[in-house]
Design a protein around this ligand. Sequence first.
Ligand SMILES: NC(=O)c1ccc[n+]([C@@H]2O[C@H](COP(=O)([O-])OP(=O)(O)OC[C@H]3O[C@@H](n4cnc5c(N)ncnc54)[C@H](OP(=O)(O)O)[C@@H]3O)[C@@H](O)[C@H]2O)c1
Length: 242
Amino acid sequence: MKTALVTGASSGIGQALSVALGKEGYLVGLVARRKDKLKQTKKMVEEAGGKAEIFSCDLGDDVQTDSLVDRVKQWTHNLDLLANVAGVQVYKPISEVKTGDWDLAFDINVTATFKLIRGLLPILKSDKSLVLSVGSGMGVIPARGRSVYCASKFALRGLILSLAEEFEGGHPHFSLITLGSTLTGFGDETVEERKKEFEKGAAYFPVEWVVGRLLEVIESNHPEAEYVWYPGEHGFGVWKKP
Ligand SMILES: NC(=O)c1ccc[n+]([C@@H]2O[C@H](COP(=O)([O-])OP(=O)(O)OC[C@H]3O[C@@H](n4cnc5c(N)ncnc54)[C@H](OP(=O)(O)O)[C@@H]3O)[C@@H](O)[C@H]2O)c1
């Protein structure tokens, strides 16, 4: 049975990816803070035919993140997939950004990813093992009112693309998904609000589309260092720069 650890497994892309991995028969470690939501995901993974284990963890808490690494190493000696999906959105003009907003964005979007990769490297030992990290178009395109989020996703991109070079020809493989807007409840807007915008023509990926493509990356023998997916380029609405 293949084994995956998915952060952000309590909702949105991470939850849907966990269920899709369950359908593929994976044992999935589910990471997020909300235990009730993780229980739901576990049930969905098991109904899909996989197995799941809950690892409730606040990735913004150093002690909890370090302990997560230890718990995962006791749980499995061979991790096929580490999917870094958890993320937080900070959309504020710089004058309104508190130091805590900056810390939160970097703690979750960058530092937790770094800590999980560094800590779990010894068990990412199969030739096909993969570290998949969900970045953002905002990790490539600067945008007003989003400087902190952009800075964190630019940093994540630098980390993953550098590791892809560092491990080129060996393993684990590293893939960054530079992803455009997707129909989840990420940040301030609800899924319903985003669906209404989508119906009016705004660019959003359906979650199923994103997860379908993520599975193709996971199953690929030679995953690329970066995949760039924007909804407007795949027939899902028209994108306007923020
Ligand atoms: N939706 C979009 O438009 C879009 C576009 C580009 C990129 N992305 C990226 O896609 C990824 C997934 O987002 P999503 O759209 O699926 O949104 P989502 O449904 O809000 O998922 C975010 C996930 O991150 C987890 N998380 C947040 N803070 C955490 C913390 N302190 N500790 C542990 N887990 C934490 C949340 O779990 P808990 O709250 O239970 O802890 C949740 O499972 C993010 O990295 C985001 O940057 C999203």
